[in-house]
Design a protein around this ligand. Structure first.
Ligand code: GLN
Length: 477
């Protein structure tokens, strides 16, 4: 059995250039790994054209590292002629007629989409258990969740089925599953990557981002995804940049803040202790690390629920049985058709959020709840701005625990939000944040740390992340 996909991107590329392997070799290897690990349920759809695409890619482009490299795509990102379900019965048979802007970029670079990954229905959840297709599993221990909502993307990268995946992060959905599966996942600055073709959940928060096996390759993939897009009004007008450019530059003298909240007893002791070890290492290496007080952090989940559910209820109004996907049969009137379609097409969690969100936005409630939440969110952003006036980066754990059992009772809908208390503040403030793996429990389950940067400071995040990744790899931390 070949092991080309375990090599670094540069090594794979060199073999392609030397014609020792072809893109087809890589696609076949990925497909056979996916088949072997079918039990993970990481994919909803496999691209049955992947081999054909690989055979027709043409001459290897020597200056294009991504040429012929397989990538997995979260199933809420539109792929032309390839089923895109959002893990919902509503879109079970939906085949988009256009590509998301990120997919156009991926295809331009001649990457090969191997399949669409499993997720929470419409990205609503923290376990991927709300998927209509059953949950993906954690590759480290298949009795555990892979996290959510980008659980399938985390599962397939964590299991080394593919080196690259895309996820989306509205309230932690890239970083939390990355933490649970021991991979690297970036939620970029809001506006950094076009949302055109990402099925909208909460439009003021949603961001696509790269999920990879190491920091360097994460930065490389981000290079490919960014750029202004006239089709997304919130897309930032930024010059192209190389996100790897600071990797290797000494980090000595950097100023790091660690919010007290991130070290409080909501975080499991083993994770807190490991963060303390990272802090001690950084101090020894000549960085300054201060514990800071940030009083808005623990309000983030409350704000998130109001903003995300309100926006979701409005965004999901378009799924009415007329324009897309599923349509209920045996109905007498159009009104009945709408109702039955939505009743049967959506799962419980999605319906719950639409109902709560509709309530929050109706009549006077919009002012009382949504507008108020937006204004507190501004205060929260200002609190982050204050910290970044004196510090380069903020550190903390990504999750309060390691991945838990797939069987765990999640009937209390508020419980799963507790998984997200550490990741959601970043979405509220629109900031970039990266998960890197930092340790494992006695049962060998991974957990991660997040490095948060000021807006558009992804390159600085990668600089520190790569330094820490090196320190962990060679046992200095
Ligand atoms: N877990 C959060 C939720 O259920 C975040 C989901 C996401 O980031 N897509 O809403």
């Amino acid at each position: 059995m070949s092991k080309y996909l375990d090599l670094s991107l540069e090594e794979i590329h060199a073999l392609l250039v030397k014609k020792e392997i072809t893109p087809l070799t890589l696609v076949e290897e990925a497909l056979s790994r996916i088949k072997e690990q079918e039990e993970l349920n990481a994919f909803i759809t496999i691209n049955d054209k992947a081999k054909e695409i690989a055979q027709n890619l043409g001459e290897v482009e020597e200056d294009n590292l991504f040429f012929g490299i397989p990538i997995a795509i979260k199933d809420n990102i539109m792929t032309k002629d390839l089923r895109t379900t959002c893990a919902s019965r509503m879109l079970e048979n939906f085949i988009p007629i256009y590509d998301a802007s990120v997919i156009e970029k991926i295809k331009e670079k001649k990457m090969i989409i191997i399949g669409k990954t499993n997720m929470d229905e419409f990205a609503m959840g923290s376990t991927s258990k709300t998927s209509f297709f059953g949950p993906p599993k954690n590759p480290v221990d298949k009795t555990k969740i892979a996290g959510g909502s980008s659980g399938g993307s985390a599962s397939c990268v964590g299991a080394d089925l593919v080196p690259f995946a895309l996820g989306s992060d509205t309230g932690g959905s890239i970083r939390q599953p990355a933490s649970y599966t021991g991979i690297v996942g970036m939620k970029p600055t809001y506006g950094r990557i076009s949302r055109y073709g990402l099925v909208a959940f909460a439009s003021s928060l949603d961001q696509i981002g790269p999920m990879t096996r190491n920091v360097y390759e994460n930065a490389l993939l981000l290079n490919l995804l960014v750029g202004h897009d006239a089709k997304d009004l919130t897309s930032a007008k930024k010059e192209e940049e190389d996100f790897t450019r600071k990797i290797g530059i000494p980090v000595k003298g950097m100023k790091i803040a660690v919010p007290k909240y991130f070290l409080s007893d909501i975080v499991k002791p083993i994770i807190r202790e490991r963060i303390e070890e990272v802090i001690a290492f950084l101090k020894k290496e000549g960085l300054s690390v201060d514990i800071v007080d940030m009083k808005y952090l623990d309000h983030a989940v409350t704000l998130y629920q109001i903003i995300a559910m309100g926006e979701a209820s409005s965004n999901l109004a378009r799924f009415d049985g007329v324009r897309y996907g599923f349509r209920a049969s045996d109905v007498k009137t159009v009104d009945e058709m709408y109702k039955k379609t939505r009743q049967l097409g959506f799962g419980d969690e999605v319906k719950r959020r639409i109902m709560v969100g509709s309530y929050l936005l109706s009549g006077k409630n919009a002012k009382i709840y949504y507008d108020k939440a937006l204004s507190i969110r501004d205060d929260m952003k200002k609190e982050f701005d204050n910290v970044f006036a004196s510090y380069d980066l903020i550190l903390g754990p990504t999750t309060t625990t390691e991945a838990y059992s797939l069987e765990e009772d999640m009937s209390d809908p508020l419980k799963s939000f507790l998984d997200d208390v550490l990741v959601i503040p970043v979405n509220m403030a629109g900031l970039p944040s990266l998960n890197i793996p930092i340790g494992k429990t006695k049962e060998n389950l991974p957990f991660g740390m997040q490095i948060i940067g000021n807006s558009f400071e992804e390159a600085t995040i990668y600089q520190l992340a790569s330094f820490l990744e090196g320190g962990i790899k060679d046992g200095r931390i």
